[in-house]
Design a protein around this ligand. Structure first.
Ligand SMILES: Cc1ncc(COP(=O)(O)O)c(C=O)c1O
Length: 354
């Protein structure tokens, strides 16, 4: 990994120590150029629409590759929250305690489920283990919904173990992967994931306004989308009076998407693949490890990810971009950050911790 060259693509690194990728990542220059390319085509109205559709098709192929899914299992959506809402509203949830949630979730993965009957599993010392979920599963439970990585403290669930558990208990497994896709391995087959949703704008280095909804092949036929549009039809350009759904996850795409963001998302995925997800993971985890080794007042348990949180109730110098919430700070380095940046940050705050 030629880090100096990579950092040229992230001009923010010249001014700031940017450790806030769990909030919004900076767009690398090739992603910005791809978005601009779309707007160039718009000088010609809709004359380039075939190219837009081609870019969307290729983007879905790249997403499928990242998730080890089939492209027919991928729908492009506007955000993680949209994907979660689609699934929550199509499962036909009616009875008692059907959804298993937990207290490490971002509201996007609790609010949409809360109009149904749900139970919240409580974390202990910042973690939730398989047994904690297992204890709460009973004959009423229909779905377990977790964020692969908690936005709050970076706790990474063992999604393969949870997928096994869900299969054994015959319940659906939903994963919010916005805090892991692009850094950690997310293999929908290995982890036996039924549904997954994610946005592009954090670890995947893409624009906002685009995300992915994965639905396991067998389930795309079993469920109907809670809302549909002309793009959900098998032949969208027929404009017929009868509605015939598209095959696979495509029926979950309803209308004209944000093509500019899709152009950017494609470039972002190409960028990630050009570096290699395994290399990215190794580098990010080695950067968060420095926090683990140096900050004792951590809220992040051992199961690590790109996120590290610790108790800190003082001002942070402007140069360092992090998330400060209540009495804690969350840092989230990506592969373009350096060991020196992380050490500089730790040095800058450590005097306050003594
Ligand atoms: C775990 C998690 N899920 C969902 C979201 C929101 O995603 P979106 O804006 O794509 O709906 C966030 C944002 O921070 C998040 O951390």
């Amino acid at each position: 990994m030629d880090i100096e060259k990579i950092r040229e693509d992230f001009p923010v690194t010249k001014e700031y120590v940017y450790l806030n990728n769990a909030a919004t990542s900076p767009l690398p220059l090739p992603v910005i150029e791809a978005v601009q390319e779309y707007y160039e085509t718009r000088k010609y109205g809709g004359l380039y629409y075939k190219r837009w559709h081609e870019v969307a098709r290729k983007t879905k192929k790249l997403i499928a590759r990242l998730l080890n899914a089939d492209v027919s299992e991928i729908a492009l959506v506007g955000s993680t929250s949209e994907g979660i809402n689609i699934v929550a509203n199509m499962l036909g949830l009616k009875g008692k305690g059907e959804v298993l949630l937990n207290d490490l979730e971002f509201p996007s993965n609790t609010y949409p489920w809360m109009k149904f009957r749900y139970k919240v599993v409580r974390s202990k010392k910042g973690r939730i283990d398989l047994e904690d979920f297992e204890k709460e599963i009973n004959e009423n439970t229909k779905v377990l919904s977790v964020s692969h990585v908690s936005y709050k403290n970076g706790f990474a669930h063992d999604i393969e173990a949870l997928g096994e558990l869900c299969e054994e208990k015959d319940i659906y497994f939903f994963v919010d992967a916005i805090q892991s896709m692009g850094v950690l391995e997310v293999d929908v087959k290995k982890a036996k994931i039924d549904f997954l949703s994610s946005g592009a704008y954090k670890w995947q280095l893409g624009p906002s306004g685009v995300g992915v909804l994965y639905i396991r092949k067998e389930l795309t036929d079993m469920f109907e989308p809670p809302y549909i549009g002309w793009k959900s039809a098998r032949n969208p350009f027929d404009f017929k009076l009868e509605y015939e759904p598209a095959e696979g996850a495509k029926k979950f795409e309803i209308g004209t998407p944000c093509h500019a963001s899709i152009f950017g998302y494609k470039a972002a995925l190409e960028y990630l693949f050009s570096i290699g997800i395994k290399k990215i993971k190794k580098r990010v985890l080695s950067l968060t490890q420095i926090f683990h080794e140096n900050l004792e007042n951590r809220l992040t348990p051992e199961n690590t990810s790109g996120i590290f949180s610790f108790k800190y109730d003082f001002k942070i110098p402007k140069k360092f971009v992090v998330t400060k919430k209540d009495d804690y700070v969350r840092v989230s380095p990506h592969f373009y950050n350096t060991k020196e940046e992380v050490e500089e940050f730790i040095k800058a705050i450590q005097s306050r911790l003594k």
